[in-house]
Design a protein around this ligand. Structure first.
Ligand SMILES: [Fe+2]
Length: 259
């Protein structure tokens, strides 16, 4: 089974909200979607880990819907800090089982994989958070042992990238409680995130985690902790293709797309 993991398209209909977003972000997004749609063997589902739009206006989501139109497979999304919950909920309300209430958490299944989508959006802030309400929701879903593979989708990584200027904007409030819950769960978990705008993978507490890059802009590799600010770089873009075997082993491949 092939699953695409994409993130951070930041498409905008009128003016970009984020200064570093490329002017042709919509065209770049269309190229990524075209690549996924044409890939063989067929990619059977897509995990989109946030920042679908740059400003979250109704015009932005209408543009996004047009960009995603070539896709005919299930898509599972979570909001990023540049999305707006109302617009994202309206766009996917017939496709995703959002929980009632303010947050866009949901539990879904694709074939024999369980998907837990976590809304880490903290209004007006670049960093993310999980409130006690959301942590309680997650705890209820991880309490029972399970042999099925659980994919947790969350825009803000709960695990360090080790790029200090970028980790300042990751998950903050609720991070320790989240870590305790996923470590205590008896069953296989993989965590998929975005937000960092640079692809990387890490083994964290024995859990495999992947951050997909964003075509809208990319951050430079910054492993010097003295580096104060993230900088952008013009490097080749790639999204991830997760190949999941019948035994639930996961191989993660980088798929480069000329933007
Ligand atoms: Fe982003």
């Amino acid at each position: 089974m092939l699953i695409a993991h994409i993130s951070d398209f930041h498409v905008f209909a009128n003016a970009a909200e984020t200064t570093v977003v490329r002017a042709d972000a919509a065209d770049a997004a269309r190229k990524v979607i075209a690549d996924i749609a044409a890939f063989t063997p067929k990619i059977e589902a897509i995990m989109f880990t946030g920042d679908l739009t740059d400003g979250g206006s109704s015009e932005d989501y209408a543009l996004l819907a047009d960009i995603l139109a070539p896709i005919d497979v299930p898509m599972f999304v979570v909001p990023g800090n540049h999305d707006k919950r109302a617009g994202l909920r309206a766009m996917f309300k017939d496709k995703l089982p959002f929980e009632p209430g303010p947050f866009l958490n949901y539990e879904a299944r694709f074939k024999d994989i369980r998907i837990l989508a976590l809304d880490t959006l903290l209004d007006g802030q670049v960093q993310g958070a999980l409130s006690p309400t959301q942590l309680s929701w997650l705890e209820g879903r991880l309490a029972a042992p399970s042999s099925e593979l659980t994919l947790i989708l969350m825009h803000h990584p709960a695990f360090p990238s080790t790029m200090v200027p970028l980790d300042h904007m990751a998950l903050q409030d609720g991070r320790d409680a989240f870590e305790r819950m996923v470590v205590a769960h008896q069953g296989p978990i993989r965590i998929l995130s975005g937000h960092i705008h640079r692809p990387f993978q890490t083994l964290w507490n024995g859990i495999f985690c992947a951050v997909s890059g964003g075509p809208a802009f990319q951050h430079a590799l910054t492993l010097d902790p003295a580096e104060p600010e993230p900088t952008t770089v013009n490097e080749p873009y790639a999204y991830f293709i997760h190949r999941i075997s019948d035994e639930k082993n996961v191989s993660i491949h980088t798929r480069y797309v000329e933007l």
